[in-house]
Write a protein that binds this ligand. Structure first.
Ligand code: SF4
Ligand code: SF4
Ligand code: SF4
Length: 163
């Protein structure tokens, strides 16, 4: 089992939790997806893999999703369906306790990877600035996960499914 899948399982997410962006609700996704994996071939970031049962999964071990939508365009049966009213992913980044600044070591690599500005560093009087995640700005793209030198960022499920 690769590191991303381990992270999902350790968070209590089953394999169906790591679908490509804009995946239909899981039962509908399984009903519609014909396992052609054209989405996997279409992804320029190579973050989509053939996963459990031959269905596509997303893994953030090497890169994040740029939300380019190429996978959605490749999906004829509309198992992936871009709808502006729906958020692309049902999870958000979570920064764990192994984070270097929490251990007194300067690091801001995650913030440099985050294009939405969801990770900011708050200065501390007499100490090292600590990262803070704005859940409303995070879109779950996973761009911050691979660059973290101590692998302490994980996808954490939203309590409610995105509308
Ligand atoms: S392109 Fe659509 S139908 Fe084909 S594997 Fe991907 S999600 Fe499934
Ligand atoms: S939106 Fe683009 S980068 Fe993201 S998984 Fe789909 S093809 Fe890959
Ligand atoms: S998952 Fe994407 S949007 Fe969220 S904090 Fe990480 S890089 Fe920023």
């Amino acid at each position: 089992m690769d590191a991303s899948r381990r992270r999902f399982f350790s968070l209590g997410l089953s394999a169906p939790g790591n679908r490509p962006p804009w995946a239909a609700e899981e039962n509908l996704f399984i009903a519609r997806c014909n396992r052609c994996n054209l989405c996997v071939e279409a992804c320029p970031q190579q973050v989509l893999r053939v996963g459990s049962g031959g269905f596509p999964s997303i893994v953030f071990d090497d890169a994040g999703c740029t939300l380019c939508g190429d996978c959605v365009k490749a999906c004829q049966p509309r198992a992936l369906e871009c709808d502006e009213a729906r958020q692309p992913f049902p999870w958000r980044a979570r920064i764990g306790t192994d984070c270097l600044p929490q251990r007194g070591v300067e690091c801001r690599i995650c913030a440099e990877s985050c294009e939405t500005g969801a990770i900011r560093f708050r200065p501390r009087l007499g100490g090292i600035a600590q990262p803070e995640l704005d859940i409303d700005l995070c879109n779950g793209c996973g761009e911050c996960i691979a660059p973290c030198p101590v692998s302490c960022i994980t996808p954490s499920p939203l309590e409610k499914k995105p509308a």
